[in-house]
Design a protein around this ligand. Structure first.
Ligand SMILES: Nc1ncnc2c1ncn2[C@@H]1O[C@H](COP(=O)(O)OP(=O)(O)OP(=O)(O)O)[C@@H](O)[C@H]1O
Ligand SMILES: [Mg+2]
Length: 352
């Protein structure tokens, strides 16, 4: 049995089903992410695990114990909300000490434990500050310290980086991941940010309207999406309907299925590919160029279909918006999907 087991969990609000028979398992020390668009039920599941939202049916087991009906206070689960919920009239030290004092831990032990956790969060010099005088990142670390000092069996993080600027967010993501490892924690992060999920997770559960569409490692979900939905959510895939793709490849592709292509799987050249070279080759015109750090993402119009094509930045300097370019897609890089009913998604790789 896994450390945390969520079994056939259902939850509705006003007859609207929000969690539709969700089951998932989480191992000890795993960093798990619940990923999905707004309103798909991520927070509701997190709150159900914490005991803050009751279930219509299903069970939650933690460390072998059925906690479905257990009081949230007795579950030994830490939860960090997006707003951090710090007490504004208490200092950083008192915020972090609050839970230990409630548990009547002796003052000397409380002081030692709070100082220990503040030190590991690099917050000792802020111990006497009030939350209003802290930066967003510092507040987030106080919220983390306040949870960690209670040594929870599991730490739940609901979009904790949302309110933080992009640069600080990346460094805090690394801090949280380091702390997760250092404290030997089991953590569940909720986010709608696919890159954040890829960066932080051992396992991702991708949600779609109250069900888990696919679970796996970040690489599994990125390289082997099981449905068009997963492909669209992970990694800026090009999702092209069969007719358009057939037009792009001049009728060589006739299978009547949706085609999915990663932007880095399309090759871009100024000169034509050699006659008889493998894969599909065609011409297009560059319509846009967006630098994204180590790559540039080009929009390339071919037969009225605009493909996103990623090119490493040093090679990208050769291309200009408005130019004609040559493209190649190797057939083993194409994923195609045939959609029947929701649960009978068929996927296979396409060959010539
Ligand atoms: N207490 C509630 N009463 C009524 N409806 C609710 C309640 N809590 C959540 N919902 C509804 O349930 C659905 C799922 O909400 P939830 O907060 O779990 O989504 P989410 O995936 O966390 O979205 P977001 O990324 O926007 O935070 C939404 O349609 C929401 O309006
Ligand atoms: Mg939410």
């Amino acid at each position: 049995m896994s450390f945390l087991e969520v079994l056939n969990v259902c939850k509705s609000f006003d007859d609207q089903a929000v969690l539709k028979n969700i089951s998932l398992s989480i191992e000890k020390n795993e960093f798990t992410t619940l990923l999905g668009p707004s309103g798909c039920g991520k927070t509701t599941l997190l709150r159900s695990i914490a005991g803050l939202s009751s279930l219509d049916s299903g069970r939650v087991l933690l460390d072998g114990e059925d906690i479905t009906y257990k009081n949230p206070r007795d579950r030994n689960i830490g939860m960090i909300f997006q707003s951090y919920c710090l007490f504004p009239t208490m200092t950083v030290f008192d915020n972090v000490a609050y839970g230990l004092r409630l548990q009547k831990i002796p003052p000397e032990q409380t002081r030692e434990e709070v100082q220990g956790v503040l030190e590991s969060m690099n917050l000792l010099d802020k111990a006497k500050s009030f939350p209003a005088h802290l930066s967003g990142g510092e507040r987030q670390r106080v919220a983390l310290a306040r949870s960690l000092v209670m040594k929870p069996k599991i730490l739940l993080l609901d979009e904790p980086f949302n309110a933080i600027d992009a640069k600080m967010r990346k460094s805090l993501q690394l801090t949280v991941k380091d702390i997760h490892k250092e404290y030997g924690m089991t953590s569940i992060l909720v986010t709608h940010d696919q890159e954040e999920a890829m960066r932080m997770s051992d396992t991702i559960h991708l949600f779609n309207d109250g069900v888990i569409e696919q679970s796996g490692t970040p690489t599994d979900l990125y390289l082997d999406p099981k449905s068009k939905y997963v492909a669209s959510f992970m990694g800026n895939y090009n999702v092209i309907d069969a007719n358009s793709f057939s037009r792009v490849t001049h009728g060589r592709y006739q299978e009547g299925k949706t085609v999915v292509l990663r932007p880095e799987a399309i090759e871009l050249e100024k000169l034509p590919f050699e006659e008889g070279s493998p894969g599909h080759t065609f011409v297009g015109a560059i319509t846009s160029a967006v630098p994204q750090g180590s790559i540039v993402r080009f929009g390339v119009d071919t037969e009225g279909v605009v493909l996103n094509v990623d090119v490493l930045v040093d090679k990208a300097t050769a291309f200009r918006v408005g130019e004609q370019v040559h493209l190649r897609i190797l057939t083993d890089k194409i994923l195609s999907f045939c959609f029947g009913t929701r649960f009978s998604i068929l996927k296979r790789r396409v060959h010539d």
